[in-house]
Design a protein around this ligand. Structure first.
Ligand code: PLP
Length: 398
């Protein structure tokens, strides 16, 4: 088999871990392996390493170090924020407000809490995937204890008006949580200025290792523990710390937030050229998500008369890694709940393709995709009876 050049355009699913992040982590597998809870000298290195990483994460989002708690990643942080606030504030009320387009780590957690007697409002979004602050205001009742709205959507890349939404929650003295897993490194965030009480992040979405992340908990927020056991993380999250992972998370977030604007300018230029080229070359193609308020590397496009899964297989054959719907639902033919929430018809949501650009992508990658994708789409359309019977005219008015 010849060496095939791989074009990776799935950075919203995960990123590689940067070389200097891996280097920072390595000593904590071998030389500095001490359990930070032990009192002998060698354990102090690991304790210091965690303190450094905590300060790095805090600085990146404008928090204090003692407001950062390390977790196993975005899913755990989302679960902890939502279940933790729900159980600790049950006497105040049982109502939670979230949106229809959250990651499953939020949606399934809320559905679980509904079975436990909580009431959940899933806010609608407009055709671009934006939540209307007026809708949030309307949904609030005297029983509302938590609002959880993602910073940026993982499928369509839409960035939510977090500052306005959080201000509404604060005005009503309701905790505001945001899943910022996709936003870190792409959008400058300051939890103080933006009045955010809880924020989830995950290292493998910003060139750090998998299986580690953090939850920012503003000092004073009432929240129950999720993981019970030892006294780690100020007695709030038990379990011997994933030292190497935590070190990697700290280093990666420092690098990812050092020059957000510079990174965005480069990625956005590649993304815009790719998007323009696709829309010029392929008929009956529609951009999903917001035209401007979107993550710099995100393209989500629907092609009429196409099955997203078959498009992915053909692209994979050409060494192009992309996704359809969200990574978690591919493999099943469930239409994306995010695309459906934007009002896209089911048939068209099936033909969606997500390309998410990142650090590794080059002008050459864009050229290759622009050469391959139109061929793949037209071959698949030639095989589609729907396309034939629609007289190749297209019938969608989105
Ligand atoms: C990836 C992702 C998660 C889950 O994070 P893990 O670290 O993989 O558990 C949660 N929310 C969003 C928006 C994501 O993109």
């Amino acid at each position: 088999m010849g060496e095939q050049r791989i074009i990776y355009m799935d950075h919203s699913a995960t990123t590689y871990t940067k070389e200097n992040v891996v280097e920072a982590m390595l000593p904590y597998f071998t030389r500095h392996f001490g359990n930070p809870s032990s009192i002998y000298g060698i354990a102090r290195y690991t304790k210091q390493a965690i303190d450094t990483a905590r300060a790095q994460v805090a600085k990146a989002i404008g928090a204090e170090p003692d407001e950062i708690y390390f977790t196993s990643g975005g899913s755990e942080s989302d679960n902890w924020a939502i279940k933790g606030v729900a159980y600790a504030n049950r006497k105040r009320g049982n109502h939670i407000i979230t949106t229809k387009i959250e990651h499953h780590a939020v949606i399934h957690t809320c559905q679980f809490l509904e079975k436990e007697g909580f009431a959940v409002t899933y806010l609608p979004v407009d055709k671009y995937g934006r939540v209307d602050p007026a809708e949030l205001e309307k949904a609030i009742t005297d029983k509302t204890i938590l609002v959880s709205i993602m910073y940026a959507n993982n499928e369509i890349g839409t960035i939510e008006p977090i500052r306005e939404l959080a201000a509404i929650a604060q005005k009503h003295k309701i905790y505001f949580h945001t899943d910022a897993v996709q936003a870190i490194g792409n959008v400058p965030i300051n939890v103080r200025n933006e009045k955010i009480d809880l924020l989830s992040l995950s290292a493998h979405k910003f060139y750090g290792p998998k299986g580690v992340g953090a939850l920012y908990i503003r000092n004073g927020v009432r929240l129950d523990n999720l993981i019970h056991g030892g006294g780690q993380e100020k007695k709030r999250r038990a379990g011997t710390e994933n030292i190497a992972g935590i070190v990697g998370c700290g280093k990666a977030i420092e690098l990812a937030t050092a020059d957000i604007e510079g990174h965005n300018v480069r990625i956005r230029a590649l993304r815009d050229r790719l998007l323009k080229g696709i829309l010029e070359r392929i008929p009956h193609a529609y951009l999903n998500g917001h035209p401007t308020e979107r993550l710099p590397g995100n393209i989500n496009i629907s092609f009429e008369f196409i099955e997203g899964e078959s498009m992915l297989l053909w692209l994979d054959d050409e060494g192009i890694c992309a996704s359809t719907g969200s990574a978690c639902t591919s493999g099943s033919l469930e239409p994306s709940h995010v695309l459906l929430a934007t009002g896209l018809p089911v048939e068209i949501s099936h033909g969606s393709l997500r390309l998410t650009l990142g650090d590794v992508n080059t002008e050459q990658d864009v050229d290759t995709v622009l050469e391959v994708l139109p061929k793949v789409v037209s071959r698949l359309r030639e095989m589609s009876p729907l396309y034939q019977s629609a007289g190749k005219k297209g019938g969608c008015n989105v």
